[in-house]
Design a protein around this ligand. Structure first.
Ligand code: SF4
Length: 360
């Protein structure tokens, strides 16, 4: 497992709050117009230099819709020019033209992520609350394929698309995407508690993802379902698999994600420059306008506590998987108000609690 005490694996920058979609679960509660306090072009370039000083993290431009910034291409180019592996997550709106995608490719962007939350126009557009969004997503994936830009598909799992996951997986395979990034709901922004799954349903989705990962032509990663790693470890043991998969090949995303959590290998910079452990855990450890990102990541008490698994409380604190998993700190915070509390959406009963033995 990698040591994330010095630098994150992933930096996500919320380029803007502006977006022309109105997704039901939107973390950012995105609006059509930009926030006047968003980082300026020069401040954004300064942020990218701060990220580069962290070493070689993956740099993700997200939003809102990054295409709502008229300096987006200039900033993507700058990010690539200073040596950052750069990816972008645009929204599927009329701004996402084939020409825009070709320009991403020309800038040197390594990958573009597109959201697909249903396997057809009806289910996806209902989620995104804009007619035509599904077709725009499909067109964008096709345009990327045509110009040789690598893609990933992002899907947020909720009660309304739980039964559609197999069809979405088939669509991901047909699109040629390299990665299916499956997000699990955090009740923040516009997301509602009723949209979330039960802990038992999380396990059902994990089983589906695991089985799919054995045969799919794409890699699978989860966001805010750290306990998928616990599920995978349990399944491998149960299946008598010495390596990480039946085929003997390590699923790359699982190997890379081991131990990563909010504030641990992961840092989020908001549109206004606030340094958060995650986009779903909006407690600030300072602002990149005033403090070096790396300094905040390494030394802020918030980040130090999130990387110290001995500070975890409740079931997660006594869990034999706490260093591999650790539970979603964002979900604990959203549902209990305590970011060190147990993840309420995990069914696992730690061995220590079953046997009364001391923690491993
Ligand atoms: S109890 Fe917590 S640390 Fe253990 S597997 Fe569940 S979420 Fe992960």
């Amino acid at each position: 497992m990698r040591d994330f005490s010095e630098a994150p694996f992933l930096v996500i920058w919320e380029t803007t709050q502006a977006c022309d979609l109105a997704c039901k679960h939107c973390r950012a509660s995105a609006q059509p117009g930009r926030d006047a306090q968003e980082l300026s072009t020069s401040e954004a370039k300064a942020l990218l230099r701060q990220v580069k000083r962290l070493g070689d993290p993956l740099m993700v431009f997200t939003g809102g819709d990054p295409l709502k910034r008229d300096d987006l291409l200039q900033l993507l180019e700058y990010s690539v020019s200073i040596g950052l592996r750069t990816t972008v997550t645009p929204s599927a709106t009329p701004l996402l033209t084939a020409e825009a995608i070709e320009r991403f490719k020309a800038c040197g962007v390594a990958r573009m992520a597109i959201s697909i939350d249903g396997p057809d126009a009806q289910s996806h557009d209902d989620f995104r609350q804009v007619a035509g969004s599904f077709q725009t997503s499909i067109d964008a994936l096709n345009s990327a394929r045509a110009c040789g830009l690598e893609t990933q598909v992002n899907t947020t799992v909720t009660r309304s698309n739980l039964h559609l996951l197999a069809d979405i997986a088939a669509l991901v395979a047909a699109s040629g995407a390299r990665l299916w990034s499956v997000f699990f709901l955090i009740v923040t922004g516009r997301a509602q508690l009723d949209d979330d799954l039960s802990a038992a349903e999380y396990e059902q989705v994990f089983e589906f993802l695991y089985e799919t990962s054995l045969i799919a032509p794409f890699d699978i990663k989860t966001t805010e379902a750290q306990h998928y790693r616990r599920y995978v470890a349990q399944r491998r043991k149960l299946d008598g698999v010495a390596g990480p998969s039946r085929s003997g090949h390590a699923p790359p995303s699982i190997a890379r994600q081991a131990g990563i959590n909010d504030g641990k290998g992961f840092v989020f910079v908001s549109r206004r420059g606030e340094i958060f452990p995650s986009g779903f855990l909006s407690i600030s450890a300072g602002n990149v306008r005033d403090v070096e990102l790396g300094h905040a990541y390494r030394t802020a008490p918030l980040f130090l506590s999130l990387r110290d698994s001995s500070q975890l409380d409740g079931k997660c604190g006594g869990c034999d998987f706490k260093n591999l998993c650790g539970g979603s700190r964002s979900r604990a915070y959203a549902l209990t108000g305590d970011y060190l509390a147990s993840d309420p959406r995990c069914v696992y009963i730690p061995v220590q609690l079953l046997t009364g033995a001391s923690a491993m």
